[in-house]
Design a protein around this ligand. Structure first.
Ligand code: SF4
Ligand code: SF4
Length: 469
């Protein structure tokens, strides 16, 4: 505590260069604490440092040079945050938390990529008590796994859809040839400490959704012309959700186009602090949809909450890029979550057949908090005749999935996953409805652990079923 700020190498003092967390946003926080009860990590730990207010305080400390950028607590808390943005939705002062978190992570990422050692333990502000750290800092730092994952997954797989599909085919072969069952039976995964990570692997669909500019025609009179984001994991592991989405949109008078040249939306990159990686993918998608005739489209439809939230923020992501800023703004103006779109038009109700099932809804964070869409998904579920919607406790509390959070913060992810599934099971619903791949995988893994015969379905899958798929 007696160490002077001057002792710290210059590269660890303050934020610098591109993507600095906006001090105006940081200073908007009036420390009222109204966001605390909504924060999953605060709820789980009770620690002020693991709360939004605590994290903003840490960011302010780094901005002002009182806390080192490589401080253990700062690094730990930037990693432990789920970027669920529940705090942002609850904040009466309008603190745009997601942006300052992502910029903080980008700063950390750059320091790490430059090979600067983490000097650690540089808490400069004595009002913060390092003893209150919520768990062993060693287990919370970015380790070898995350470093490797970033390079292979973010740098290669998610940037190259051909590589992503090849990887998905390999996973499909692993699942279908019996290798998966064998590995599980022999305990190989246990020995490699990969059991939980492997359980999160999605079941890969038999049919990938490869965008080739194809148009799926509206049933009956055409009222709208929309384009669908095929994305990465949604077009392989969740291709059946795309099929359902297209079916539902066709039943509602939409021609659905799958623009060629599109790919991953960049959500994982942006949330993880690889903002340049996110920008690269954003530009590629904007270009692909522009080639399809953006001006003629009524909407760009997204059926995954995390992707939709990121795409709606492309203009913010590219605001410093004079060449792309206006393109991004025009693109963002068209982006609609599929539930938002369907709830905003006159829904084709006459073709909806009864589904006599009990359903509970698990709200994806990037639907409820980042996009503030809470009524629309429920409206669609309630539109299905005989479907009984039962609300679960803490429906909008993060399920612990959060991109690669399961791998980087396995303990917190598991605790939140368990809390979520217990709340869902308490409703006795036969189906847990959701709208995001990460949530769907997390929920399915928790159900599998417990041997529960409860389905996890996307809302559009239920709608498609009701339309007689
Ligand atoms: S982020 Fe908003 S709600 Fe939370 S402490 Fe700051 S001003 Fe209050
Ligand atoms: S984004 Fe979520 S986990 Fe992070 S501080 Fe806000 S509420 Fe807490």
């Amino acid at each position: 505590m007696s160490e002077k700020v001057a002792d710290i190498p210059i590269h660890t003092i303050g934020f610098s260069g591109a993507d600095v967390p906006d001090p105006n946003v940081i200073n908007t926080c009036v420390h009222c604490g109204l966001c605390l009860p909504t924060c999953p990590t605060y709820r789980m730990t009770g620690s002020e440092l693991a709360s939004p207010r605590g994290r903003i305080y840490l960011m302010k400390g780094v901005t002002e040079g009182r806390i080192s950028l490589t401080d253990d607590t700062f690094v730990e808390q930037m990693g432990l945050c789920l970027n669920c943005r529940a705090c942002e939705a609850a904040c009466p002062s309008g603190v745009m938390y997601g942006g300052i978190l992502e910029a903080s992570r980008a700063q950390l990422q750059r320091v790490k990529e430059q090979g600067v050692k983490d000097e650690g333990g540089r808490m400069k502000d004595e009002s913060l008590n390092p003893q209150s750290l919520i768990s062993n800092p060693q287990s919370l730092k970015m380790g070898v796994i995350e470093r490797g994952l970033r390079k292979v997954v973010f740098g290669t797989l998610f940037k190259n859809m051909a590589a992503f599909r090849t990887f998905s085919w390999t996973m499909k072969a692993y699942q279908k040839t019996g290798l998966q069952s064998l590995a599980r039976k022999l305990g190989v995964l246990d020995k490699m400490k990969m059991t939980d990570a492997e359980r999160m692997l999605p079941r890969i669909s038999d049919q990938f959704t490869v965008p080739k500019g194809q148009i799926y025609k509206a049933e009956g009179e055409r009222k709208y012309s929309v384009a669908l984001l095929s994305g990465c994991i949604m077009s392989t592991a969740f291709a059946q959700v795309h099929e359902a989405t297209i079916r539902v949109l066709n039943k509602n008078g939409c021609d659905v186009i799958l623009p060629t040249g599109q790919g991953c939306c960049g959500a994982l990159h942006v949330h993880g602090g690889d903002l340049d990686g996110g920008r690269e993918l954003a530009r590629r998608n904007i270009e692909a949809f522009e080639k399809q005739g953006l001006a003629q489209l009524d909407a760009i439809i997204v059926n995954a909450a995390g992707c939709g939230s990121t795409m709606k923020e492309y203009a913010h992501l590219l605001h410093d890029d004079p060449q792309w800023r206006s393109h991004a703004e025009a693109f963002v103006a068209k982006v609609r979550d599929v539930h938002e779109f369907l709830a905003g038009i006159e829904l084709n109700r006459q073709d909806l057949k009864p589904l006599n099932i009990k359903v509970t809804y698990q709200e994806p964070c990037h639907m409820a908090h980042a996009q503030r869409l809470t009524a629309q998904p429920r409206k669609l579920l309630k539109a299905i005749p005989q479907l009984q919607l039962v609300e679960m406790f803490e429906s909008s509390l993060c399920c612990g999935s959060a991109g690669i959070y399961n791998l980087t913060q396995p303990e917190m992810a598991a605790d939140l996953g368990a809390r979520k599934i217990e709340n869902a099971l308490a409703t006795n619903a036969q189906v847990i409805a959701t709208a995001n791949p990460g949530c769907a995988l997390q929920l399915a893994a928790e159900l599998q652990k417990r041997g529960k015969d409860v389905q996890v379905r996307y809302i559009v899958e239920l709608l498609a079923q009701s339309y007689g798929k």
